[in-house]
Design a protein around this ligand. Sequence first.
Ligand code: MG
Length: 394
Amino acid sequence: MPRKILHLDLDAFYCAVEENADPSLRGLPFAVGGRPEGRGVVASCSYAARQYGVRSAMPMSQAVRACPGLIIRPANFKAYGETSRQVMTRLHDLTPDVEQISIDEAFLDVTMLRDPAEQIARQLQALINSELSLPCSLGVASNKLVAKIANNIGKERAGKGAPPNAVLVVSPGEEAAFLAPLPVRELWGVGPKTAERLLTMGIRTIGDIAAQPEARLTQLFGKHGAEMALRARGIDERRVETEDETKSISKETTFARDVRDGEQLKRVMRGMADEVGQRLRAEGLHGSTVKIKLRWSDFTTLTRQVTLPQPTQHNDVIYHAACDLFDKTWAAGRPVRLIGVGVSGFGEAAVQRTLWEDEAQADAQQGKLEATLDDLQSRFGRGMIKRGSALEED
Ligand SMILES: [Mg+2]
């Protein structure tokens, strides 16, 4: 039996909250974010502003040039968080199978509900529209991948200048046909570099990927290629993961003053990776996903994550993965207000590890050192033992 998966995304969420607080903003070009004379960026912009080419993540100074007279509102994260919780409560009223992806985005598995998926999606949208006065869009499909892409496309197809409030349904069996004409960039895991490589091979659409022999994709992109082949055919078995399952262990630090020194930021990450590793070992957990969180001086926040070839609980593995993500994300000198490192995706590691003799041995040695450090730290407190690289941390 095909599953019924919804992907819900609130339309220009921060702006919608601002409009509810101040209805005089409705229909006007405005943006939420930092001041243009500082180095503020656009955190969210109204659909009227988008008509002028204003986009989120754009420097506010550029947004104001594109749209003279643009109204700017400072971000009010407390209000956004509160409103987000109200939305998530509505989702949980419908089904316990809710996976919140971000402040304004979630997957729902409604397979167990009797009504057709499209009807459930439209009722949920109507409820959020009427009870919370928030526009929202939904993608409906038999899996997460296609539901998410359906939502993107549904929003794109909606009229511009106003919130899309779209619903796009991809019926079971139609997944591959729906994806086929779309550009490769719509597919998860296809970043600009991969897209460029595909283009040099004459591969432009997801259908072009699906038409490739899987062996060729594997040859070119390794394990990622095999996954790409499946996704291009609209196949995605991942479950909607409820909160208990997405449990993660993480550590974050807000700086009293923004930090723009890469070495210093890495020392802080080193310390956080050590603490996360220590907690993983204390709880007997191995995680396969390493995540970093960065908040810029204008309060825009982003997270980046990577899936490791095998689950880990080791400080160094966590640290190096976090650094890779950081190097890919951070433009040298950009001031950072908050930084965080986390690990999630806990699974059975022991069995997998024995398949990798060398690494198992390296792990064992690493494990011994870390166990000793953990022990010392628990006896003498965290301040006592610090790695060389973390010494200059306060
Ligand atoms: Mg949104």
